[in-house]
Design a protein around this ligand. Structure first.
Ligand code: ACM
Length: 734
């Protein structure tokens, strides 16, 4: 072999997410090591904090901490110059030579982003100790000013520390807007000094189903809220990471928790419970002056806490049934000379919009604010697809795109057996990456109204922080690139090359990102002579799949999977995908035996109709602990009916079904008429199995009575009549 260079020169890649706008290769490399000095030019406390923050992150990832000091060879210079010729406060340049690295920006946000880019370059190899970074010049600025994530803490609450960990991860991907959904039918989560019952009463609900009661049937309330001090702490923490916190206080709908606390705010005067249900509720605020005083007082306290330019007033899904039935509300409508309920909602939002504008803030709301004419300078958040964005931009309103389902992060991200709960259909990493943010219908002029985009995480099905983290990342990394990097530089395959380093950084920072895009999935089929065939794949097709059958973790040099092969039973296959010798996911394991070859989880069955399919949790903890694991089951809540396509029934005489219990806690408003129920044929109901269609006489009826009181999954068994050949099996509950 030829002589080896003394120190390997790193390949020039830009292992940075989001990909910078412009990168130019230079010759040489910079070594960031324990003796590297961090130099801050000018005595700016923000710049010093950014440099210290960078040092702390280097310590975390590489195990050494550069010190702040005076200029010298091999320094990293943080240069803040308000006169620097850069496109925006978020823009920066990063020059890396073999003499050192210089980050330059005109404002602290840009300096922070330059430091994040340098940290990503320094952590690309996933190693410890000094980092070698190829010489290059980066010129970077964001595509959009609004690069956001929304977190719903009403359905499931997240602690201050959990929110901070999320803000950290956002900042490391240059996301700059945290939309905090603080109030909803299921909980009021922000302390308001003038109205203590909002949190005392509105902050607690009794969860539906077994999860809401202890063994003696005593209610187990779910209670949580943030004090104003905690809110201030989070807002400041976010600001130091150049993230604006946009608070949302939803109205006139999604108001049930507030009305539970103060029934006089409602239309009927009655006090509902804080809702244990998901879906669209019908409790609305009334339109009395006293209610506006309340709403303005609440907004007043919120504006003291949140310095954001925008205040989100909600406005979505306000079912108008209560307004229509109320003589007082209808009298007000006539008094105001309005023609319908949508105009009344528009008047309602406009009145609050004028209030917040009188305090120097701007209104943003869900796209329903377009119906009935929104306040002239309202900004519209388009969630019912993109039609709201198109109409709003055409009418001259600024818009933020957060369309369902494309940017709804509560959708599951793969169809794998171990996917966490959430809504269907699948919204994959690639779907988020490839989503075209600018509606094609907009002219160049109208496009200027697009401020950016955000991913929304509703948390009905996100009971734990682990689920929240997995639902958000790495899909939010794809959103970050979509919203930061200029569109001509978007390149899915290049993004995938940068993902192993991104996945390693989550591990370094203790964040539980989902590996759904890379994890190995198994599909099994019976084969001749009592053998089984297992097919291995992963969602993106990225990396090389390797496996073992001896029970060991597959090392990077284990057998490479090429194609399905029949093998003897039983066997345990452990598999993972690798790129550059690094595992891309956690190892998945599959025990293949005669039973498992034929077993199908609810995720692998076909829903009879396309209604409202969800992956949901059994409501009873499998191990008796409230926070313990629970079975996850996929069902269509309009019509729970599944088909096992083409089951091979030769020689099959019995059937075993494992069932769990899901509370049917859905308020479906007008969609309630879509719910299919089937009358019981045996006391306590049964699971019915039919052949080749869902009508006619069942081939098996499995009574549910034995499953009623179990916690977790129960196993039901049935004897089948003599059957042969391949048939579709239809499962319904009667
Ligand atoms: C929404 O998803 N109701 C904004």
């Amino acid at each position: 072999p030829a002589t080896k260079p003394a120190t390997p020169t790193p390949a020039l890649t830009t292992p940075v997410i989001p990909l910078p706008a412009k990168v130019e290769a230079r010759s040489g490399q910079f070594v960031l090591g324990a003796d590297t000095v961090l130099v801050v030019t000018g005595a700016n406390p923000d710049a010093e904090r950014i440099a210290r923050d960078f040092a702390g992150r280097v310590q975390l990832a590489r195990g050494f901490q550069p010190e702040l000091g005076k200029a010298g060879k091999g320094a990293v210079t943080f240069s803040l110059d308000p006169k620097a010729a850069l496109a925006s406060d978020e823009a920066y340049t990063l020059d890396i030579t073999d003499q050192g690295a210089t980050i330059a920006a005109r404002a602290p946000a840009g300096l922070f982003y330059g430091a994040v880019t340098l940290w990503q370059l320094a952590t690309a190899d996933g190693g410890k100790g000094e980092a070698r970074i190829a010489a290059q010049r980066i010129e970077d600025a964001p595509r959009f000013v609004w690069r956001g994530l929304m977190l719903d803490v009403a359905r499931h609450f997240r602690s201050v520390d959990e929110v901070k960990a999320l803000l950290d991860q956002m900042a490391l991907h240059k996301l700059n807007t945290f939309h905090w959904h603080l109030t909803d039918d299921q909980g009021w989560r922000i302390q308001i000094r003038q109205y203590p019952k909002l949190t005392q009463v509105g902050g607690c609900r009794i969860p539906a189903g077994a999860a809401g009661r202890d063994a003696n049937g005593k209610p187990q309330p779910y209670c949580a809220f943030y004090t104003q001090d905690e809110i201030r702490d989070v807002v400041q923490y976010a600001a130091q990471r150049y993230i604006t916190v946009e608070p949302e206080r939803d109205r006139p709908g999604h108001a049930q928790a507030a009305i539970a606390a103060y029934p006089q705010l409602g239309v009927t005067g009655k006090a509902p419970p804080v809702s244990p249900d998901w879906g669209v509720h019908t409790w609305l605020f009334n339109v009395d002056d006293g209610t506006f005083t309340f709403l303005e007082n609440v907004l007043g306290e919120m504006m003291e806490l949140f310095p954001s330019r925008y205040i989100h007033l909600g406005g979505d899904e306000a079912a108008k049934d209560q307004w229509q039935k109320s003589a007082a509300v209808q009298a007000k409508l006539r008094e105001l000379n309005l023609k319908d309920d949508m105009q009344l909602q528009s008047w309602f939002m406009g009145r609050l919009g004028r209030f917040i504008e009188s305090k120097g803030r701007r209104l943003i709301g869900w796209d329903e604010i377009l119906e009935g004419g929104p306040p002239a300078d309202a900004t519209v958040m388009s969630w019912r697809g993109t039609q709201g964005a198109i109409e709003a931009a055409r009418a001259g309103h600024d818009v933020v795109l957060s369309p369902a389902p494309e940017l709804y992060f509560d959708h599951i991200q793969s169809d794998a057996a171990d996917e966490t709960p959430g809504r269907l259909d699948v919204i994959s990493l690639k779907d988020i990456y490839a989503y075209q943010l600018i509606p094609a219908q907009l002219s160049a002029e109208q496009t200027k109204h697009v401020l950016g985009a955000q991913g929304n995480l509703w948390t009905e099905h996100m009971r734990t922080n682990d689920r929240v983290q997995r639902a958000l990342f790495p899909r939010a990394a794809a959103l970050a690139e979509n919203t930061w990097t200029p569109a001509p530089r978007h390149d899915w395959n290049d993004f995938l090359q940068r993902m192993p380093a991104d996945m390693a950084r989550y591990r370094t920072t203790g964040f539980h990102a989902a590996d759904s895009a890379f994890a190995v999935r198994f599909a099994a089929q019976p084969a001749a002579d009592g053998r089984g065939t297992v097919t291995l794949s992963n969602q993106t097709g990225f990396g090389h799949i390797r496996y073992t059958t001896d029970g060991c973790e597959p090392p990077p040099e284990s057998d490479a999977y090429t194609q399905p092969q029949a093998g003897p039973l039983p066997a345990t296959i452990k598999a993972n995908a690798f790129a550059d010798g690094k595992a891309l996911a956690t190892t998945r394991s599959f025990a293949v035996d005669a039973k498992n070859l034929r077993a199908r989880g609810s995720h692998a069955l076909r829903s009879c109709k396309k209604g409202l399919a969800l992956r949901m949790e059994d409501d009873a903890p499998a191990n008796g602990k409230p926070d313990g694991d629970r079975a996850i089951l996929l069902a269509d809540v309009f019509d729970p009916c599944w088909v096992y396509d083409g089951a091979e029934l030769d020689g099959i005489g019995t059937m075993e079904v494992r069932v769990g219990q899901l509370p049917h806690n859905f308020q479906l408003w007008k969609d309630a008429r879509l719910v299919v129920t089937r009358p019981a044929t045996v006391p306590g109901g049964a699971l019915e199995v039919r052949l080749d269609g869902c009508e006619g006489k069942p081939v098996a009826t499995l009574p549910l009575a034995p499953a009623r009181h179990s916690d977790g999954l129960s196993t039901l068994q049935a004897t089948l009549p003599a059957l042969s050949g391949r048939h579709d099996l239809c499962f319904t509950f009667a």
